[in-house]
Ligand binder design. Structure first.
Ligand SMILES: *[C@@H]1O[C@H](CO)[C@@H](O)[C@H](O)[C@H]1NC(C)=O
Ligand SMILES: *[C@@H]1O[C@H](CO)[C@@H](O)[C@H](O)[C@H]1NC(C)=O
Ligand SMILES: *[C@@H]1O[C@H](CO)[C@@H](O)[C@H](O)[C@H]1NC(C)=O
Length: 166
């Protein structure tokens, strides 16, 4: 019957929409200003939420800047001499947020003094959405089933009516 592939599609779509909120976010540091001097990254970070599983993307001018992860002290003093992690190849650096807590990044090439430093507070991954889709998928299945029965009933009635008219 033609109803069952359509029903399958409805169920698949419901599953897809239920899964969407758990998808990790990729955040470009600085937004359209990217990773560069003279950007207020405190303002940028304040406008975003950071969760475990999200990705931080640093886009920068090749060969000019770098990305160095440091501790709080080194962040405050723009000291990139003992990095936790250092990245300078290419024109971008993508960093997965694996753990909760505060992370600090600076540019070690002098531009940290021009504001090229960012700190983000990583929060636990958002909880999976409640299974609110289940009842609605049951409801749509019930609606579809009701439609099938209505159609069957009409067919039977029409079938019964036709011989009477002949
Ligand atoms: C960034 O902007 C905030 C206000 O939105 C201000 O308090 C802060 O001092 C600025 N930071 C820098 C480095 O200019
Ligand atoms: C932070 O890193 C600096 C080197 O950049 C190091 O001297 C210092 O001991 C570290 N501080 C902490 C609290 O780990
Ligand atoms: C995060 O975890 C993944 C897989 O466990 C690992 O490959 C990756 O290097 C980690 N990233 C960071 C920034 O620690």
């Amino acid at each position: 019957m033609a109803t069952s592939p359509r029903l399958l599609l409805v169920v698949l779509l419901l599953f897809a929409s239920a899964a969407a909120p758990t998808v990790a976010v990729r955040l470009v540091v600085g937004g359209s200003k990217r990773w560069a001097p003279n950007v207020n990254y405190t303002d940028w970070a304040d406008g975003h939420e950071f969760h475990v599983g999200d990705w931080l993307e640093f886009d920068y001018e090749k060969d000019r800047y770098d990305v160095v992860q440091v501790n709080e002290t080194a962040y405050a003093t723009c000291d990139g001499s003992s990095p936790i992690l250092s990245y300078s190849r290419g024109r971008n650096f993508v960093f997965r947020l694996n753990t909760t807590g505060r992370l600090y990044f600076i540019c070690s090439r002098g531009y940290c003094w021009n504001g090229m430093k960012v700190s983000v507070l990583v929060q636990p991954a958002p909880p999976p959405p409640p299974p609110a889709m289940a009842p609605s998928s049951r409801a749509s299945r019930a609606r579809a089933a009701a439609g099938v029965w209505r159609w069957a009933a009409i067919t039977v009635l029409v079938g019964a009516a036709v011989p009477l008219r002949v």
